[in-house]
Design a protein around this ligand. Structure first.
Ligand code: NZQ
Ligand code: ZN
Length: 386
């Protein structure tokens, strides 16, 4: 196992009827800004529960945070924080609202020019201060509710970049699985697929003799596989929703990442597909991952074999057959979630491949756990996914 230091300070409040606990978490006399998205929280009763819990606080709201949140939108919320002298923010939504809020709370305190520098000039430029915030999670997927990362899109340049800072860990996150009953099936699937790939990015590399992390990763994957399709078939099952919600959080809250190598190539390639073509984040991952597994199958052989045996229960005397069956099972899992896995399924033609490859070339990125996925390798991966 590799050396590591680990901290995760996020307080999780999990279960039915827990939104009311907001009032015990936000210091009295705080001026609060509630951030949210396009209005799902007004239709499913979450907004009313939040408003009830905030009685007695002076609070404002900022709505209209879009999926794959835009820098241009976030900047307006940061200005509102300064104007109203807000001292606590409450993000109510999915990964997009929570990610946006992480950027907003850092941007509101940023004094070194344009806050986009937090993304475009990292790690040289970092946040030095941020307004504290909590979250009410409405979409299990990203684990943004229990990590310190965020992904923001600059619409004007079609760039989607990540940043992170210990200052943008939420102070608390409320996870009430009942609020996920209103999710449309496509968002249930997206969430399960995204969390599945988060685990894969931290697990499907090369062995580091980190047995506990391997077992934990496999447990999260199995939970997502078992419960993911159940949530689509039986959307009103509370326990299924609860298992999915906690599995998605555990997929990217840092526990399985400690002491092991990490990949993240699928995500970095997927982010470009979202930036250029607006495809849902999880759907880009389902397109790219089978290509990454196929092109990198020698490098990843030992862990692909383990994934096949331990998670999908595949048996074969031939290692190469087992590897191929595991890649197939992974793609079939996305299909069971009704997620398509080819670029052409999303109306994307060959020109997209060069567009993404050129981005990688410009940035000089070398992706993957061995930093050997250069732009040429990205081309090979995407050629397989046409
Ligand atoms: O905007 P509203 O009206 O709220 O509707 C949202 C949105 O349209 C809707 N929704 C959310 N909760 C709902 C609901 N609809 C009905 N009932 C509910 N309970 O779902 C739609 C999608 O929401 P979004 O927040 O965009 O989805 P998700 O949670 O999948 O977040 C995706 C974003 O997170 C980033 C992605 O890149 C993407 O921008 N990621 C963040 C990560 C992190 N911080 O660690 C890691 C991930 O890899 C990912 O990159
Ligand atoms: Zn993701």
């Amino acid at each position: 196992m590799n050396n590591f230091t680990f901290v995760n300070p996020v307080k999780i409040i999990f279960g039915k009827n827990t939104i009311k606990h907001i009032s015990g978490e936000i210091p009295a006399n705080s001026k609060v800004l509630v951030t949210y998205g396009g209005g799902s929280i007004k239709r499913n009763g979450v907004y009313d529960q939040v408003a009830e819990a905030l009685k007695g606080y002076e609070w404002y709201e900022f709505s209209g945070i879009e999926p794959n949140p835009h820098y241009e939108t976030c900047i307006k919320a940061a200005a509102l924080i300064k104007e109203k002298k807000v001292d606590y923010v409450l993000a109510v939504g999915g990964g997009s609202v929570i990610d946006a809020t992480k950027f907003i709370v850092a941007a509101a305190c940023f004094e070194d020019g344009d806050p986009w520098r937090l993304l475009s000039e990292k790690p040289k430029v970092t946040a030095k201060k941020a307004v504290p915030f909590g979250t009410v999670l409405t979409l299990p997927a990203t684990a943004s509710e229990m990590n310190s990362g965020a992904v923001i899109t600059k619409a004007s340049t079609q760039e989607k970049l990540a940043f992170g800072s210990p200052l943008v860990f939420p102070k608390f996150s409320i996870l009430d699985p009942t609020v996920t009953f209103s999710l449309p099936p496509t968002q249930i699937s997206n969430g399960v697929a995204d969390a599945f790939v988060h685990v894969v990015e931290q697990y499907l590399t090369y062995p580091a003799n980190a047995l506990l992390q391997d077992f934990m990763a496999e447990a999260v994957l199995k939970t997502l596989i078992i419960e993911g399709t159940k949530a689509l078939e039986n959307p009103n099952d509370y326990d299924v929703r609860a298992n999915i919600m906690w599995a998605c959080t555990c997929a990217l809250n840092g526990w399985i990442a400690v002491g092991v190598p990490q990949d993240w190539a699928t995500h970095m390639i997927g982010h470009e597909l979202t930036a250029f073509y607006g495809i849902d984040h999880a759907k880009t991952l389902a397109v790219v991952l089978p290509g990454v597994m196929t092109i990198l199958k020698d490098q990843k052989a030992e862990k692909i074999l383990r994934l096949g045996k331990e998670v999908f229960g595949i048996q074969s005397d031939s290692a190469s057959e087992l590897i191929d069956s595991t890649i197939k099972a992974t793609e079939e899992f996305f299909h069971k979630l009704n997620i398509k896995t080819r670029l052409s399924d999303y109306g994307i033609g060959d020109e997209a491949i060069e567009k993404v490859v050129n981005r990688m070339k410009e940035r000089g990125w070398k992706l993957g756990e061995k930093e050997n996925i250069t732009f040429d390798v990205v081309r090979k991966i995407l050629e397989l996914r046409k």
